[in-house]
Design a protein around this ligand. Structure first.
Ligand SMILES: NC(=O)c1ccc[n+]([C@@H]2O[C@H](COP(=O)([O-])OP(=O)(O)OC[C@H]3O[C@@H](n4cnc5c(N)ncnc54)[C@H](O)[C@@H]3O)[C@@H](O)[C@H]2O)c1
Length: 315
């Protein structure tokens, strides 16, 4: 099996590239990544010498390049994206270019080259926000109600992916995962920010009242879910992925400070993000029932292990 993985030098993509090459000794990976500020070749040091892995620096919107990479590809797995909500508020056009137009270029090429599967890595953020005082969770049937330019661009890409399935018969799947944590996440994201500031005894910024609830999953559980969906998922279907692990940002930050032995006095409330989604929560019943996947890494062991990878003495 020959995979075109895009965005494979980022946080989730690099974990997935390593996972797939280790698990399937006969799989080959072409890794197309623009190496933006978020992509880091160091994330790939475990696979760099592997003859079954080839890193190509380039953009998914580059139709000529994508077309040259496509012959012989069995599956496209599209992780490439601008992924930071705060940046999307400042610079929405970059998000439309990569997340929407880039996905469309990949879809066209996948169709032309008759790939066996086009797999779009999406996010629970496309569903919008839930109320703090409800027990509601997002299912695959929940309406798409994205609130930020980031989530709107991801929702647009999802709609295009489904349109290519219905209109042209392209075999596609989409998975929508909750917030990932684990090694190699960019320092701008919440958990690395808390860890890295706390380690330097600097103020740990908390948006507004800190009562923003996110549903956390270890990145390797996400990788296992993708493995399951790419091999056994039904074309035309959407699968939610989550580990049933909701937590308010303020409580998560306090947990990290406790693990690091740092005082809660480092927590500092900062001006809130405009349009900040209150709560996300994923109902992952479908992937469990249909594909037999369930998360394997409990948060209380996964989080301290992940934190260790951010300590300065780590290779
Ligand atoms: N991090 C999360 O918690 C989370 C949760 C659910 C879904 N997702 C989705 O998973 C995917 C990966 O997220 P991540 O957190 O690893 O993101 P990331 O920002 O760490 O990595 C994105 C990667 O894409 C590359 N890239 C950006 N623009 C590109 C372009 N135009 N062409 C080619 N490569 C480009 C970057 O260089 C980087 O390596 C995204 O599609 C995101 O929407 C992320």
């Amino acid at each position: 099996m020959r995979l075109l993985i895009t965005g494979g030098a980022g946080f989730i993509g690099s974990n997935f590239v390593q996972y797939i090459l280790e698990k399937y000794p006969d799989y080959e990976v072409v890794n197309l990544d623009a190496l933006t500020y978020a992509g880091n070749p160091d994330n790939l040091k475990e696979v760099m010498g592997n003859p079954r892995h080839r890193l190509v620096q380039g953009r998914i919107e580059d139709g000529g390049l994508v077309d040259r990479l496509m012959p012989g590809i069995d599956m496209v797995i599209n992780f490439a994206a601008e992924s930071h909500v705060d940046r999307s508020i400042l610079e929405p056009q970059v998000f439309i270019k990569t997340n929407v137009m880039g996905t469309q270029v990949l879809l066209d090429a996948a169709l032309r080259h008759k790939v066996r599967l086009f797999y779009q890595i999406s996010t629970d953020e496309v569903y919008g926000a839930l109320r703090l005082d409800s027990r509601e969770r997002f299912t695959e049937e929940s309406q798409l109600r994205p609130n930020s330019p980031y989530s709107a661009s991801k929702a647009s890409a999802d709609l295009l992916v489904m349109a290519y399935h219905h209109t042209y018969g392209l075999p596609v799947v989409i998975s929508r995962c909750s917030n990932n944590y684990g090694p190699r996440q960019h320092p701008e994201k919440f958990i690395p920010t808390v860890i890295l500031n706390a380690l330097k005894d600097r103020p740990v910024p908390i948006y507004g009242d800190g009562l923003y609830v996110r549903d956390w999953i270890h990145v390797l559980d996400h990788c296992r879910a993708i493995d399951c969906i790419m091999h056994r998922g039904k074309p035309g279907e959407v699968y939610n992925v989550g580990a049933d692990n909701e937590m308010a940002n303020i409580d998560l930050a306090k947990t990290i400070l406790r693990i690091l032995g740092k005082p809660e006095s480092l927590l500092t409330s900062v001006k809130d993000r405009p349009g900040h989604d209150r709560r996300y929560a994923i109902d992952a019943t479908k992937i469990g029932r249909k594909l037999g996947w369930s998360p394997a890494i409990p948060f209380d062991t996964g989080l301290p292990e992940a934190i260790r990878t951010y300590l300065p003495h780590q290779p």
